[in-house]
Write a protein that binds this ligand. Structure first.
Ligand code: CTP
Ligand code: CA
Length: 227
């Protein structure tokens, strides 16, 4: 029998996966974050390891088990995530940005816990934009294959197509997070895969691990086509 696909198609590749929702400090005990569970990123890390890759998983704190054989790095904020990804990008073959990066952070994180004022006045926290990690890394790209995600509640394909182009990624995984069983927090997902100049591919509703394998098989097929 001829083996058409190698058993470990990612062997020899350094795969960097980001996961979870970043935490932007308000004060020493509070932060701004989002509903990302980290499950999709952890599933990608596990699937990449099972396909033979050397895997580093950069995640915000979660209660998920670390996949076997995966090197774990914990970060909190978008700024910390940018530093951790940038430090490893030049030696990365495949970057998968599954993290839900906060778009804004408090301008000033208070040094002490913010106390309620006696007059019950409203509290205003001024926010400023965080760095866009994918856009920051795009000019440094050489041979890296980069996968981005898009979480949308409306106009899924149009918004995802814009992100595919503006973020200069090789593959964009679009998630309709307004649907039950899709995207944030659950154990299942249904995604649409977009690549420059190619027809989009809609995957069925399946476990996040199965979706992760489909994403990585798409990457492997693309890499083979490139060489
Ligand atoms: N991303 C990033 N840096 C940010 C924000 C997002 O690298 N500061 C990455 C995410 O990890 C994801 C992709 O960009 O892979 C798309 O994230 P998304 O939140 O869907 O898009 P945004 O560009 O932030 O646009 P918006 O939230 O306004 O839809
Ligand atoms: Ca965003």
């Amino acid at each position: 029998l001829i083996q058409l696909t190698p058993a470990l198609p990612l062997s020899g590749q350094n795969v960097l996966v980001t996961a979870g929702g970043t935490r932007e400090a308000i004060d020493p005990v509070r932060y701004i974050s989002n509903r990302s569970s980290g499950k999709m990123g952890y599933a990608v890390a596990q699937a990449a390891r099972e396909m033979g890759a050397t895997v580093t998983l950069i995640s915000t704190p979660t209660h998920l088990p670390v996949p076997a054989g995966v090197q774990m790095v914990t970060v909190n904020s978008a700024a910390e995530l940018l530093t951790a990804v940038s430090a490893r990008f030049s030696t990365t073959d495949l970057l998968v940005m599954a993290a839900a990066v906060s778009d804004y952070r408090p301008v000033n994180a208070a040094d002490e816990k913010i106390k309620k004022p006696a007059n019950h006045a409203n509290l205003t926290i001024e926010l400023t934009e965080t760095p866009d990690i994918l856009k920051t890394l795009a000019p440094q790209k050489t041979t890296q294959y980069v996968v981005g995600f898009a979480a949308e509640t409306q106009h899924l394909l149009a918004n995802a197509q814009r992100k595919l182009t503006s973020k200069k990624v090789d593959l964009l995984v679009a998630n309709d997070v307004s649907k039950a069983g899709v995207g944030f927090n659950g154990d299942t997902n249904q995604v649409t895969l977009l690549r420059p100049g190619q027809d989009s591919v809609k995957t069925p509703l399946q476990s996040k691990l199965a979706v992760a394998r489909t994403i990585l098989e798409t990457v492997v097929a693309d890499q083979a086509w490139r060489h």
